[in-house]
Each structure stands twice: as structure tokens, then as C-alpha cells.
Ligand binder design. Structure first.
Ligand SMILES: NC(=O)c1ccc[n+]([C@@H]2O[C@H](COP(=O)([O-])OP(=O)(O)OC[C@H]3O[C@@H](n4cnc5c(N)ncnc54)[C@H](OP(=O)(O)O)[C@@H]3O)[C@@H](O)[C@H]2O)c1
Length: 321
């Protein structure tokens, strides 16, 4: 038998429960991966929080559970291939892989389409490998959308978050200088990655101007606050060079690039898919590393989500089966 972590209702992290199920078999074009680590992302708790799905009272059964299927959790992981479908030719049992995208990776085993598999760099630990792809592809897309290039200066709001730490490193790999907002306790981490940290909060625009005399060419809003939007609009001359990964009505109206899966947003599906190989290469070459804040046993996913909801973890939260 294998464990799967699933929400038992819409709500807060205490709704997460452990389900026992038989170890899955692969379909012909897929493989089964024994999960060694699974990445935790804000989308995971948003999926069952009701943020994307209003469950109206009349659709609730007597236990208060909606009749529509509850979401599966876990969009990224790393592990060892344990079974291979008969049409899959380039993967073997025992291969160590990074997996993205996938559904239901909060589990001991997961079924994966073969085009979501990437050879794990041997120097990478399992938690780092599990946390590479979702934030990495998002950061790469944001930098691309904002047109960040060599010799430029980019402002990264939320530089110590999961996406932020990727953006800080990938921007410098493009040859750009980075100013990044973060809580004071994360400033040393950002400095160690080559960025200039500034505290967010009142006076942000002046602090950015004092920290770097050069003009700010582009900005990435990775936090979704009014402050991130307003300071970006003040500091960056061309609105098309501001990219946000958190949608809002104000962002939609501001003429900036809004990246995501909502109406009118740019999902960058093809760009993000192509970015996966480049992220692996950057890890191999030492240009990119995944910073893990904490690991949690798989069956304590609710604790990981509570930590994530607090919103100040520097880097990735990871589940380990
Ligand atoms: N559109 C997409 O495709 C896409 C993809 C991935 C993620 N997202 C969204 O992007 C957001 C960030 O994701 P993530 O994985 O990076 O989350 P995360 O790891 O939780 O990072 C969030 C960061 O925000 C910072 N922060 C908190 N309050 C702040 C404030 N008032 N001002 C400035 N920074 C603040 C925190 O930094 P300090 O600790 O320094 O305070 C924290 O490190 C989430 O809303 C997520 O759902 C969107």
C-alpha cells in the first residue's frame, strides 16, 4: 500500500488527511515514480482553501463536503522510477528523476507522463531536486516577460521567497544586477546570492533609489501587494517591463504583464516547458541552486502548509515520504 495526502474538505491545513491506496501501475505511456521528496507551493493550499472554488452551501452534503471532487495536491517532486509503461523506451527502473509537472505528488508513489521526467543532477539532494521546477520555470518566465537582459537592473519584490530566490539567481545568470525586497532577516541570504537587499514597507521607493543609483529597468512582482505594484509603477518607466505572478484587478488595469492561469493572463506554457531543461543545466553548471527552508514528513503536510501560509519562509518547503 502507499500513502497519498489529500484534503478531506475545503478549508485550512487541518483538512489534510492520509489515504491508503494500492501502489499504482503505470499506463502504457507513463512511469511510476517512488517519491523521495515533493515540493510545497502556495498553489497547493490555495487549491483547497476555496480561493479558486466557491463551494455554495446547497452543494454541501450533510458532512459539509462539496459534491465535486476535491483537488489532488503536489505539482512537483523527485524520486526513483519504480515501474515503466510498455511504450516508454528512454527511462529505466532505478533512474533518479526530477518530475514536473505532475498531479498528486504528495504521495509515496505517483504516475508520471514520460515528458515530465528529467535526469536528476547527481550532486542534487532529493529536497533540492523536488523544489527546482515550479518556482524555477515561473521565475524564468517572469524574467522573460519583463525582457530582463545583460547590463540591466531589475527589482525583485519578494526576493527571498521560493520564486524570488530563483529569480535573483536567474537574473544574474542573464547578466542583470538585482535589487530584491525582503524582510531584514533574509538580507544576508540575498547578499550571499549577489543581490542588493532592501526592506519592504513604507519608504521603499527611496530605499531602492538609495541602494542603486542606476535606473530600474524592470520589476518582478512576486508578492502581490499594492506596495509592490505602486513602487514598480513609480520606478520603472515602461509598464510592459513590469511582470506580476499574482493577478488582481488593479494589475489587470495597470497595463503590466500579468502571468498565470486566470482570464487574460499569460500562462507562458511553451516557454515554461522549454525552461525545464535549462534549469537542470544551470544546476549542473553551478549557476543555480535550490534553497530549502525546511523539510517535513509526508504525513505532516498540514504543518508545512501552516508554515507556508505564514508567508515568510526563505526558500522552499519540502515533504519527504
Ligand atoms: N502565476 C504563477 O504562475 C505563479 C507561480 C508560482 C507562484 N505564484 C504565486 O506567487 C506568490 C509567491 O510564490 P512563492 O512560492 O515565491 O511564495 P513564498 O515562497 O511563500 O514566498 C513569498 C515571499 O513573500 C515575501 N513577503 C511576504 N510579505 C511581503 C510583503 N508585504 N512585501 C514583500 N514581500 C513579502 C516573503 O519574504 P520575507 O520572508 O522576506 O518577508 C516570502 O519569502 C504566491 O502568491 C504564489 O501563489 C504564481
Amino acid at each position: 500500500m502507499a500513502r497519498i495526502i489529500r484534503p478531506t474538505a475545503y478549508g485550512s491545513p487541518e483538512v489534510l488527511g492520509v489515504v491508503e491506496a494500492p501502489i499504482p501501475a503505470p499506463t502504457d505511456d507513463a512511469v511510476v515514480v517512488a517519491v523521495r521528496a515533493a515540493g510545497v507551493n502556495p498553489i497547493d493550499w490555495k487549491l483547497y482553501s476555496g480561493a479558486f472554488h466557491e463551494v455554495e452551501d446547497e452543494h454541501l452534503d450533510s458532512a459539509g463536503v462539496g459534491s465535486e471532487p476535491l483537488p489532488q495536491l503536489g505539482l512537483e517532486c523527485a524520486g526513483v522510477v519504480s515501474a515503466v509503461g510498455r511504450d516508454v523506451t528512454d527511462v529505466r527502473v532505478g533512474d533518479e528523476v526530477v518530475v514536473y509537472p505532475v498531479t498528486a505528488a504528495y504521495a509515496d508513489y505517483v504516475v508520471v507522463q514520460s515528458d515530465s521526467l528529467f535526469a536528476k543532477p547527481s550532486a542534487m539532494q532529493w529536497p533540492e531536486a523536488a523544489g527546482l521546477m515550479l518556482t524555477g520555470t515561473t521565475a524564468a518566465h517572469a524574467l522573460h516577460a519583463a525582457g530582463v537582459g545583460s547590463g540591466e537592473t531589475v527589482l525583485v519584490h519578494g526576493g527571498a521567497g521560493g520564486v524570488g530566490l530563483m529569480a535573483v539567481q536567474l537574473a544574474q545568470a542573464l547578466g542583470a544586477a538585482v535589487v530584491a525586497t525582503a524582510a531584514e532577516r533574509n538580507h544576508d541570504l540575498l547578499r550571499s546570492l549577489g543581490a542588493t537587499p532592501v526592506a519592504y514597507g513604507p519608504g521603499l521607493v527611496d530605499r531602492v533609489r538609495n541602494a542603486v543609483p542606476e535606473k530600474i529597468d524592470a520589476a518582478l512582482d512576486l508578492v502581490g501587494t499594492d506596495e509592490a505594484l505602486d513602487s514598480s509603477l513609480e520606478l520603472v518607466g515602461d509598464r510592459r517591463r513590469i511582470a506580476s505572478i499574482t493577478g488582481s484587478a488593479r494589475r489587470a488595469e495597470a497595463g503590466i504583464k500579468v502571468l498565470g492561469y486566470g482570464p487574460g493572463e499569460d500562462s507562458g506554457a511553451a516557454f515554461r516547458a522549454a525552461a525545464r531543461d535549462e534549469l537542470i543545466e544551470k544546476v549542473r553548471s553551478g549557476e543555480l541552486r535550490v534553497i530549502v527552508d525546511a523539510t517535513y514528513p509526508l504525513d505532516q503536510a498540514s504543518l508545512a502548509h501552516e508554515a507556508g501560509l505564514a508567508g515568510h519562509a526563505p526558500g522552499k518547503l519540502i515533504l519527504v515520504p
